[in-house]
Design a protein around this ligand. Sequence first.
Ligand SMILES: *Cc1c(COP(=O)(O)O)cnc(C)c1O
Length: 396
Amino acid sequence: MNEVKIPFLDLVTPHVALEEELVAVFKKALHSAGFIGGPMVEEFEKDFAAFCGVKHCIGVNSGTDALRFAFMAAGVGSGDIVITVPNTFIATTEAISQSGAAIEFVDIDERTYNMDTEKLADFLENQCHVDDKTGRPVCKKTGKSVAAVVPVHLYGQTADMDRITDLAAKYHLVIIEDACQAHGAEYLSRKEDRWVKAGSIGRAAAFSFYPGKNLGACGEGGAVTTNDAEIAAKIRTLRDHGQSKKYYHDIEGYNGRLDAIQAGILQVKLRHLSLWNESRREAAGRYHALLRGIAGVVAPYEPAWAKCVYHLYVIRNRRRDELQKYLGDKSIFTALHYPVPLHLQKSYERLGIKEGTYPVAEKAAKEILSLPMYPGLEEVQQERVAREISAFLGKV
Ligand SMILES: *Cc1c(COP(=O)(O)O)cnc(C)c1O
């Protein structure tokens, strides 16, 4: 078989297209020896804050650092519970644990794969009682106080934030958005009657610039966005060894800075992000049309209140493993996001959560399949993907 490969992701083409500009960034750093901090980082932070519609952006070393620093700066830590979903990348929960807090999950919505806000409400209302002093819910089972909720805008689509912000206001919870897959995604807030950007809704939000993300560095990178000046100041200190001034350490911090070369690269690439996201949305529209007629394939659901940036295009099928293998044999590369929900990972055996506890996430993990998706994915490629899926399903 020598069919032309359809890669899952193409990270080469966009970088080659911008080669001159990207090399110029490297040369600028080389000639000024401005490798850490400085104007390249500050300029990117300003541009990304404007892109997200927030006052502050703090560049950090990774999306994981962004999450961890956001919890710490918001005062979430030991003795607290942080609620998130089981269908996410482990960085979300690593950051919760590493800030000293305890992880609690609520199941996902079957159609959007994001947090089921009714289940969040149910947990807060029925499995907690409200502490008179703090107004915060206290988990009946563990006696710990719920301090924060982390909606993950998975696959490039925001969670249904209105309900989450209502619940957070009612129960005095901090919202930290995990926007690591959602650079540029938009949400129609019916409460505010306007579209808002992912990363501008919670107290703070975390972005990752891992190479494969919609906005990716040529290495590691991340950022926190926030409208809260105090949180921004704390994160600037946390990322830089807790220093307010060189060698004057107010607290113990981390080495969690975004380096200047990555910031410069990100600044160049940010100028293209809206077009790249539009290209992903066009590709998603073509997939929708091509897959519509194929029985047994569940295409992604985009509610009227969401403008998804399709970090991933995730379909569902009962015979997912066989389908993935079939496509792989035809040189069509796919991936799973994610094959094992977090509560069933070996790393979380200590939580003692049994299979069956989050049935929607568990079922999805067995059926979801991420198809090739990247800016510039061509219609003929997508037609072949759809043809092969159809051929596989015809062969029952
Ligand atoms: C990529 C990702 C992260 C972590 O980002 P890193 O930059 O790799 O640390 C966190 N959460 C989600 C949902 C992600 O996709």
